[in-house]
Write a protein that binds this ligand. Sequence first.
Ligand SMILES: [Zn+2]
Length: 301
Amino acid sequence: MDRQELQKLRELPIEGVAERLGLKVKHHKALCPFHNDNHPSLSFKVSKNTYRCYVCGASGDNIDLVMRHLHLDFRAACRWLADEHNVILNEWKPQEVTTPLPDKEGLGVSRYERFFERPWLNEEARKFLFEERHLDERVVRWCRLTSWKDKQGVPWLQIPYYDREGKLVGVQNRNLVKGALPRFRFPQGSECGIYNLPVLNLLKPGEQLFITEGASDCWAMLSSGHKAIAIPSATLLTRKDAEQLSIINPQLSISFEMFPDRDAPGERLFLQLKEVLPSLVHHQLPPDCKDFSDYYLKRKT
Ligand SMILES: [Zn+2]
């Protein structure tokens, strides 16, 4: 785990982390899970993103809280945090292809092309996409989402990444078992940069294009009737991605829009994007919605 990843994890709001651990947070306080507590004596310092119990003395940052509460070591706690908050760790990312791409049988992702010709959704995938996320069927078809089971019987959602010309450049596999790790798997040679680039070909002059964080926010945005692309989930913007963004038809006078996640990494991504796309418009999510998927679901259900 590198420094940037750790910083990202440490910035995840501690009260949100506490809630995901099952603590009830009210007025920056909660019942302390580390001693027999009747009055909330665990308090959170939002400015420092730390916690402290005034009775038993337990204290630390959000990673310490996870370690102590779930009895995990440092690394496992970091993985749990990343998984719960949609942060893709480098160790889950595609492996670099170190050997030059050989023949047609080679290591490129084109060998996966046939999987997306006739997308097929198993029960787990349908449940995930339609029952849990309430996505529009046309969006799922447009994105050519498909599914498969590995030898151990684990169901995976397979998400293809295309370039603007419609050539398959990357594949992201998402584990459909709740909470199971690894959450993502990428075949060798995958280049999962900006998601849903083919939508650019459908843009009309003056139209809005929403920029989201991660494929699942992109599906929610598309399902609510907007055109959208996604920056790979919670990774820092690469130079290649930035370049691709900056050349999106300046002559079409597209209006770029964004609902940043309601946390520090979300706002940082907005600022980074704003440097590349100075006209990028900031939309604020309501306080009870952490990201656009959340917002979409709350309006839908
Ligand atoms: Zn305590």
